[in-house]
Each structure stands twice: as structure tokens, then as C-alpha cells.
Design a protein around this ligand. Structure first.
Ligand SMILES: *Cc1c(COP(=O)(O)O)cnc(C)c1O
Length: 400
């Protein structure tokens, strides 16, 4: 059967009819442990009662009123984000790519407003992923996403990750900003040295360059802090957020200091849907849970437990797993086998995990995951590894 959907996704032969906490119920009658969380989106798992209540209550009152009017729910969400971060101001979008578009425009406009319109270039890092709009594919720099879509949007330069000398050499009088994920997601859960991030901050300060953190995947508790930059000892000037912030409702945000946002005056940017009352109600409900005393500390502890169990898994299956990466509940396994085989083998054991670049498999469980479910995940992944090992032995008779 040919689908009427544009075939841009390589979808698995599986769909779900409902979810509950970290569990997904497939239309195949099976129950799956969800260690993908809709790509780090379902931060509080599925059908979290507090989110369901917030959504349904707001749905019966007002969905959308447009940004022509005040939206008190949005003022409140922005205020809470400001109180809990480096930022002074917030722009709400519907997606990560749009949050990054706002960040990119803001950085360029900052220099324009300061009398330096020639400063519009943004330096990004190899392995980055910033979204699928024309500007954000140029920012991400991956040929497979850029090719065929006409001239690459001008103004993005890319250097290797954790390479300070290459970065220094790439900075020119036209450089407006550096843009980086403090822990790369799609690129393969690749960590960035804290020392490198501190150097970025120092370089930016000494040369009047803005520092943009893309925390679309790392934010909203994923690493055990509200935002991953809190681990690094540096703060950005601009930060993009999405994925977990809506708990499954489409929501993104661009946060900034008032100084970095100085060019963004009335009429310079906009959105029809962004920040509507429905999204704002859900965003506030997500923060109610994530900011509750002790919640993030628990995420941090679950992260340590998961990391320990994954190290054990690697030790048990060296012919399948080469390396454990990441921190908090944003973990990666660089596999020896093709990562797509691992994802499929895990699915056969009824656990959902997600592929990434660099032959990595991502584990992104909902933040509400229990210790018992982490053990359950270990057992299922252990079985998946054993099945792959048995497959390998069968394929090479006499090898084992
Ligand atoms: C997912 C992601 C994006 C893009 O977000 P969309 O909502 O798909 O537009 C950008 N940056 C990072 C780091 C991401 O993980």
C-alpha cells in the first residue's frame, strides 16, 4: 500500500494507540518500554495526569487568541523560565528549528543594532544538528540535509568540535555568534569538554561575539539540571529550547539576555501560533513537575544508575557495544553492529531506543522513569544484545 504521506521518514512498521508513563501500547497488542520518549519530547512520559488536566482545562476555555493580545499564561511561563535561568526575555515558537531561527536572527540583529551589520556569520560545530529549515540545515552543516535544496544559506561556518585552534582561526570580523549544543544529540550523544565551553565564553567576551546554546534536546531536566549549561560553569547569551518543554505538545522557546535581544523590537520577528494559551498551559504544567523540589535531583540519580547499567551491558557484550556516552538521561551507545540493527533488535525485545549519528543508539527515557524500569530496560537490552550475538555466530559458522 502506498501512503499518502510524503515519504520523507523511514518509519518502522509499528504504531501506538496509547501510552502511560514510560510505556507505549502498540497496535500489535504488545507493550513497549519507551526509552526514546518521542525523541526527548515526552519528558514526563505519556498521559501524565497533571499535563492531561492542564491541557483539557485550557482546551475548554481558550486555545488561541493570537499575539495581537496579552497572553497571561505566556507571561507566567516566560517569568518562570527567566527566574530559573540566565535569561531576561523569552520568545515562544512551535518547534526547535523555529527557536533556532529566532536565535540566529537575534544574534545578527544584535550586531546590526550595534552599528556592525557586517557581523552576521555564525560558527557552528561538526556533528551539530539545529533543525530542518533552510537556515538551520546550513547551521547544522550536514551535507546529506543540505544537498539538493539550492544554495546553502549564507553565513554559517563550521569547525571541529573541541578544537580551539580551528575555532580561533575561523573567527573573522564578520563573526556574530558561536552556536553549540552543550551535549550533541543527533550527532551521536557527543560530549563537549567543559574547558572548551569556558574557552568559547572567554573568546566571545573578548571579541564581542554572542554565545548561543542549542538546548533543544538537552534542556528541561534531560541531563539532571533544568538546562545542561548549569553543569558547564558558563552561561550563554541566547538559548534555544523545545522538545521536552511541551511534554509532547509542540512548543519551543528562544531565551536571551536583554542585551543580546536589544535588536528585537516590535515588528522585527513574529509567529502566528507561537505561545498560544494551550501551549502555555501545558508548558507551565511541565514546569510545575520539573521544578518541584527534588525532581531534578532524582533525574540526576536515575542518570547515574542508567549509566552504570549501560557500562555493565557494554562489559557483557563487547562484540555489540563499543562505548557508552552521555550523562543524565541522555545516554548513547556507540555500537559495533550497525546501530539500525541494534534499534530493531531492541524493538523485538519490546523496548524503544533511537538511532543517532556516529553509529550511536540513543537512550532518552522519560524523566519520570523508575529504578525498576531502568532494570527492566537493562534486561531487555541484554536480551537484544544476546540475540544479536547469536545471529553473528550463526552468520559465521565456526567463528564462536
Ligand atoms: C530536535 C532538535 C532540533 C530541531 O527541532 P525541531 O522541533 O525538529 O525543529 C534542533 N536542535 C537540536 C539540538 C535538536 O535536538
Amino acid at each position: 500500500m502506498t501512503s499518502p504521506l510524503l515519504p520523507v521518514f523511514a518509519r518502522a512498521e509499528l504504531s501506538f494507540e496509547k501510552g502511560e508513563g514510560p510505556w507505549l501500547y502498540g497496535r500489535d497488542g504488545q507493550r513497549y518500554l519507551d526509552f526514546g520518549a518521542g525523541i526527548a519530547v515526552n519528558a514526563l512520559g505519556h498521559a501524565h495526569p497533571h499535563l492531561v488536566k492542564a491541557l483539557t482545562e485550557q482546551a475548554s476555555k481558550l486555545w488561541h487568541s493570537s499575539n495581537l493580545f496579552q497572553i497571561p499564561e505566556g507571561e507566567r511561563l516566560a517569568q518562570r523560565l527567566v527566574e530559573n535561568t540566565f535569561a531576561d526575555v523569552v520568545f515562544f515558537s512551535n518547534s526547535g528549528a523555529e527557536a533556532n531561527e529566532a536565535a540566529i536572527k537575534m544574534a545578527r540583529k544584535y550586531h546590526h543594532a550595534g552599528g556592525n551589520p557586517e557581523r552576521f556569520r555564525i560558527i557552528t560545530f561538526e556533528g551539530a544538528f539545529h533543525g530542518r529549515t533552510l537556515a538551520t540545515i546550513a547551521a547544522g552543516g550536514q551535507a546529506k540535509y543540505i544537498e539538493g535544496f539550492g544554495p546553502k544559506v549564507e553565513g554559517f561556518d563550521q569547525v571541529p568540535l573541541n578544537d580551539l585552534e580551528a575555532l580561533k582561526a575561523a573567527i573573522t570580523p564578520e563573526t556574530a555568534a558561536l552556536m553549540i549544543e552543550p551535549l550533541q544529540g543527533e550527532g551521536g550523544v557527543r560530549t563537549v569538554d567543559n574547558a572548551f565551553l569556558r574557552e568559547l565564553r572567554a573568546l566571545c567576551d573578548s571579541q564581542g561575539i554572542l554565545l548561543i546554546f542549542d538546548e533543544i534536546q538537552t534542556g528541561v531536566g534531560r541531563t539532571g539540571k533544568l538546562f545542561a549549561y548549569e553543569w558547564t560553569g558558563v552561561t550563554p547569551d541566547i538559548m534555544s529550547v523545545a522538545k521536552g518543554i511541551g511534554g509532547g505538545f509542540p512548543l519551543g522557546a528562544c531565551l536571551a539576555t536583554r542585551e543580546a535581544a536589544r535588536g528585537m523590537t516590535a515588528g522585527t520577528h513574529g509567529t502566528t501560533f507561537g505561545g498560544n494559551p494551550l501551549a502555555m498551559a501545558v508548558g507551565n504544567a511541565v514546569l510545575d513537575v520539573v521544578l518541584a523540589p527534588g525532581f531534578l535531583k532524582e533525574v540526576e540519580q536515575k542518570g547515574l544508575l542508567l549509566k552504570q547499567r549501560l557500562a555493565e551491558l557494554k562489559d557483557r557484550h563487547p562484540s555489540v557495544i563499543a562505548e557508552v556516552r552521555g550523562f543524565g538521561l541522555m545516554m548513547g551507545l556507540r555500537t559495533v553492529v550497525p546501530n539500525t540493527d541494534f534499534v530493531a533488535a531492541a524493538r523485538a525485545q519490546k523496548i524503544i531506543v533511537i538511532g543517532a549519528g556516529d553509529n550511536v543508539v540513543r537512550l532518552l527515557p522519560p524523566l519520570i522513569i523508575s529504578d525498576a524500569d531502568i532494570s527492566e530496560a537493562f534486561n531487555r537490552l541484554d536480551a537484544a544484545c544476546a540475540a544479536m550475538e547469536a545471529e553473528k555466530t550463526k552468520a559465521q559458522p565456526g567463528a564462536a
